[in-house]
Design a protein around this ligand. Structure first.
Ligand code: CDT
Length: 314
């Protein structure tokens, strides 16, 4: 194979239960890291909120009671073994976690749903803070379980960056971001070649249970479309299986710039799937059919940034 090949591992995780310790979870991450090393992986991608169970399924009236789900430093004492082992093996990684910031100038601490990207030498390349927060702000007792991300996190203030790393142009997004075409396009306009996305997707969607059967279809649909329409690789990595009685989608996948799925997990457990991703393949799309500079008509798309909700004609 020729081209700019990056060997990528999508490190799917099975469930993390409420009482599982960070230490045990980090051991699982390191086991996946060793498997990745055996396969010659250069970049391993872990799920959203990989270090804990998906805690927004429970509501607490006093949010500080939930502080123990958040990381106040990265790496901290419990995550440092992962950073150390990855650096020793020369493997870069992307890890999702709940971030609780230090107090800002006004004394406020901020809570974000975050991914960190670390290069093969152990240096932090970037943090990404989730932009599209799904679910609800208040307790909704009629639901079988909560999805209170809008209570537990602030929307990321920095938008969708793209960074030079792993020999290419790398961007990140988190879970619900993958359903929004704008997420991909903002990165596409920065020349992105590889998008890393962790997710926790409950199978049951309380506002419209008719969608439950379609979770796998929608997951593939959005990532395949986003990859193709922006000529980029997309790596989607689940924390799947049954956590605290809530079943979540697995089906982690690596999608090529053609929109084809080139590798996919077939279990709902900890499972590594690997693909040799040729970043030069992106040019086949971004240099032809999706040559943005030649074919886009931004003057026709002003509604996209000037308007938030739908405005129907009279
Ligand atoms: N974690 C996350 O963003 N999950 C959402 C669930 C949407 S339903 C509230 C997702 O888009 O998969």
């Amino acid at each position: 194979m020729t081209g700019r090949i990056v060997t990528i591992g999508a490190a799917q995780m099975g469930p993390v239960q409420r009482d599982d310790s960070r230490k045990d979870v980090v051991e699982r991450l390191i086991t996946l890291l060793h498997q990745a090393h055996d396969h010659g992986v250069e970049l391993i991608v872990y799920p959203e909120l990989a270090l804990t169970t998906f805690f927004p399924r429970w509501f607490v009236d006093d949010i500080t009671e939930a502080d123990h789900w958040y990381e106040t430093e990265m790496p901290g004492p419990e995550t440092k073994p992962l950073f150390d082992e990855a650096r020793q093996l020369g493997i870069g990684f992307c890890l999702g976690y709940a971030e609780l910031s230090a107090p800002d100038a006004g004394g406020r601490r901020h809570r974000y749903n975050t991914q960190v990207l670390v290069d093969r030498s152990g240096s932090v390349v970037a943090h990404y803070r989730k932009v599209h927060l799904p679910g609800h702000e208040d307790h909704e007792p009629d639901r079988p379980f909560q999805h209170a991300e809008r209570y537990y996190f602030e929307p990321g203030p920095d938008g969708f960056g793209v960074w030079r790393a792993f020999g290419g142009l790398v961007g990140m997004m988190i879970c619900n971001d993958r359903r929004w075409p704008e997420s991909y396009r903002v990165m596409g306009l920065q020349g992105v070649e590889l998008i890393l996305c962790g997710y926790n997707t409950p199978i049951h969607y309380a506002p419209d249970p008719g969608q439950d059967l379609l979770q796998g279809f929608h997951n593939a649909l959005v990532m395949q479309a986003g990859a193709y329409q922006n000529g980029t690789w997309v790596v989607g990595v689940a924390k799947g299986g049954v956590e605290a009685g809530v079943d979540s989608l697995a089906q982690s996948m690596i999608v090529a710039p053609s929109g084809q799925i080139v590798a996919q997990a077939y279990t709902r457990d900890d499972e590594l799937v690997v693909a040799d991703c040729d970043l030069d393949w992106c040019r086949n799309y971004t240099g032809t059919l999706f040559d943005f500079g030649r074919y886009r008509r931004p003057e026709m798309y002003t509604r996209i940034t000037s308007q938030r909700g739908v405005v129907r004609p009279d």
